[in-house]
Design a protein around this ligand. Structure first.
Ligand code: ADP
Ligand code: MG
Length: 694
């Protein structure tokens, strides 16, 4: 292996490669396309495609694919080879048209009714703002995916739309502050990714892990994470080998993998990249998840990205660190050195406070999934209530503004924006409040509700759009003010007054907070079926429509798809639980009971008391009968759900009538596990799973 800089980006058709391989005028046109979204003419596109193909072939590629992110939340690709047949000869060819647009039979991707199967065409369109790269001998061209009528069928299109409108709104505000040199504003994201690694052999003996990604049964082992001996602990050799290969492969495709460490639970780890522009960060997170799974398999491991693979130990999340910065390199959430910079910082801060308060439901919805439901509100993850943590210093400043008070006891004057210099806030690198769903960490916000398996696209799309809306409202007030500074001061003060209910510095995991949050009127949608339908609340439809991020058809389609995928997942889980109970667990318990009964019989023949065996056999017999009853109940409830109509009704029924019974069945099975001889237990235990990797 070479040095990191020799390795980094070697499989990416990036700016350096373009500069080297494209004629100057074509290079300039493509830069204009990348930076300003200008249309690339077909002649230039042909030249770019030809150069891309030659470069890719030199790197060993034989195929190309439009790489896109359908609403399933994972990535999709359809490979075509570069081969073409001309004058009786096979040649390598890749045309501009093939680079710019693809048509795929997309009938198997969910469209939420946007596209009937008989008009199965979906189009993929090149996103030049994300560089092409080579993965497994295939040139991958990042693309957006939409229907014939132009509706978005993917997660990238709305994200790009939201970044564009937010950039425009922020720019208008920055002009009010006299920042004439700024020409564009982008959001940046660093997504920290948590995951588990388990041994492949152990994994394949657990149908629940294979089919659903989580354990549906499993008694708690004597040792879990209570000793905190895994967190930041020394990394085991097999895991070390995994991380090394993962880093190298990610660097090659331009992913800025940076920090690797052990997480709180046994077998749990984290990878954090260096932040980048949001749409790239989204692409890179998808690549990261794919590579984690691929490289793990290669090393006889399995990477679990599920939010809650194991009951009773920490689940996995994905912290979305989010900020905004200008093309001149200014982070808009960096508190400044001068009164002027501080005023601007406070305005952007207030925009986020208001956006998160008014659209708290959307942030909750953006992380809603069947798998994340098991994690949110458990003892290691934020609750389903959204709130913002600002830290004591910043809170003090906001309070002083709100009350026209002195924020520093030594100061005689009341706090005035644009006059005072704010204290330098120490960057919250220690993560002092890990319990907050949305924490200000010195120069960015860290949103911690996202699940580990989710795409980060929806969260960022929703957040960007909400902030856009508020910035535009702020602009309408400030742009007509006669006197800017007092108007700004009033706007900031009024915003704090009105939206301070969303600010919370205490322990977000505390039950008392949930009560208080309810008293403050914050929403608490506990489950996915509770949360999702609110995507279509009038205010949310209006937000997305007014800001041109989703039209109503697109939004309805998304809601439908998300509800359906919730139901499908729970259905798969229930079927898996039934099979495991019927085919593995109940027969194993019965077999063990038979063994006990034989012993009892022998003992009785010798006039020895049945004692231990008798008690265990009696209890196991009762429990196994209960397990059988619950399995029957589960089967019945599943058949009843199948008769319902309407995505919302079905999802709610899965939650209440199916998941509930699955939980009861689990309790019974886990008790049986704790009483059954390990020799007879048909699947690997939690102990084997969590401590399987040496
Ligand atoms: P930690 O959370 O471990 O203290 P950091 O706060 O430095 O570490 O960073 C956590 C994540 O936040 C990293 O992925 C980092 O790249 C990202 N990050 C840092 N600055 C920004 C920013 N301005 N915008 C978006 N993400 C950022
Ligand atoms: Mg962090």
């Amino acid at each position: 292996m070479g040095t990191i800089s020799e390795l980094f980006g070697t499989m990416v058709f990036n700016d350096d490669v373009m500069k080297e391989r494209l004629p100057e005028n074509v290079y300039n046109s493509i830069q204009n396309t990348i930076k300003n979204g200008k249309h690339l003419d077909l002649t230039s596109a042909n030249i770019v495609a030809e150069a891309m193909m030659k470069w890719a072939i030199e790197k060993g590629a034989t195929h190309f694919t439009h790489w896109f992110q359908p609403m399933t939340g994972i990535t999709a690709e359809k490979h075509d080879s570069f081969i073409s047949f001309k004058n009786n000869r096979a040649i390598m060819e890749f045309k501009g048209k093939e680079l710019v647009q693809g048509e795929s039979d997309a009938s198997s991707f969910p469209s939420g009714g946007i596209r009937a199967t008989f008009e199965a065409r979906g189009y993929t369109a090149w996103d030049p703002s994300s560089y092409a790269f080579i993965k497994d001998g295939t040139l991958c061209i990042p693309t957006a995916f939409c229907s014939y009528g132009g509706e978005a069928l993917d997660k990238k299109t709305p994200l790009l739309r939201s970044m564009e409108v937010l950039g425009k709104a922020a720019l208008k505000i920055l002009k009010l502050f006299g920042n004439e040199d700024v020409t564009s504003v982008k959001t940046t994201v660093g997504a920290e990714q948590e995951y588990f690694l388990v041994d492949k052999d152990v994994f394949y003996k657990r149908p629940d892990l294979v089919y659903t990604g989580r354990t549906l049964f499993g008694a708690k082992p004597p040792k879990g994470q209570e000793l905190d001996d895994h967190y930041f602990g020394s990394i085991k050799p097999r895991v070390q080998a995994f991380m090394k290969e993962l880093d190298e492969e990610l660097w090659k495709v331009g992913v800025l993998a940076k920090t690797e460490h052990n997480e709180a639970a046994p077998a749990q780890h984290e990878l954090a990249p260096i932040f980048t522009t949001t749409n790239l960060a989204t692409d890179h997170n998808q690549i990261m998840m794919e590579y984690m799974q691929k490289i793990a398999k290669k090393l006889d491991l399995v990477c679990l990205l599920h939010e809650k693979p194991f009951k009773g130990v920490n689940g996995s999340g994905k912290h979305n660190n989010w900020s905004m910065s200008t093309n001149t390199g200014v982070n808009l959430f960096e508190p400044g050195e001068t009164p002027h910079e501080n005023a601007q910082f406070l305005l952007f801060l207030c925009a986020v406070i208001k956006a998160v308060d008014e659209y708290q439901d959307l942030l909750r919805i953006s992380v809603a999934s069947a798998s994340n439901d098991h994690r949110l509100g458990a003892h290691e993850a934020p609750p389903a209530v959204v709130s913002i943590f600002l830290g004591d210093e910043l809170n003090g400043v906001l309070e002083a503004i709100e009350n026209d008070a002195k924020y520093d006891p030594k100061e005689k004057e009341t706090m005035r924006i644009g006059v005072h210099i704010l204290p330098k806030f120490p960057k919250d690198t220690t993560d002092r409040n890990r319990t907050s769903p949305f924490a200000f960490t010195g120069n960015k916000f860290e949103f911690r509700m996202l699940g580990s398996s989710a795409s980060i696209a929806d969260t960022n799309t929703f957040l960007n759009t909400a902030v856009t809306q508020v910035l535009n409202e702020f602009y309408d007030v400030l742009s007509v003010a006669d006197d800017f500074m007092p108007a700004l001061h009033n706007l900031v003060r009024d915003t704090i007054k009105k939206h301070k209910r969303i600010l919370f510095n205490g322990n977000g995991y505390d039950d008392a907070w949930i009560k208080e949050a309810e008293a403050r009127g914050l929403s608490n949608y506990k489950s996915t079926p509770d949360a999702l339908p609110h995507l279509l609340d009038e205010k949310n439809i209006k937000l997305f429509r007014d800001n041109k991020v989703f039209n109503e058809v697109e939004l309805k389609a998304r809601c439908e798809i998300l509800l359906e995928s919730y139901s499908k997942l729970v259905n798969i889980e229930a079927l898996t639980a039934i099979d495991m109970a019927n085919q593995l667990i109940m027969p194993a318990v019965s077999k063990y009971t038979k063994e006990l009964l034989k012993t009892i019989k022998l003992k009785k023949e010798l006039y020895i008391d049945g004692g231990y065996e008798e008690q265990v056999a009696t209890r196991l017999t009762a429990l196994n009968a209960q397990a059988y009853q619950l399995t029957k109940e589960l089967e019945l409830n599943l058949s009843l759900v199948k008769r319902l109509e309407g995505a919302e009704k079905i999802a709610k029924s899965y939650e209440h009538t199916v998941l509930g019974v699955m939980n009861k069945l689990r309790e019974v099975v886990d008790e049986m596990e704790s009483m059954t001889s390990i020799e007879y237990w048909p699947i690997p235990t939690y102990g084997e799973l969590l401590f399987s990797v040496k």
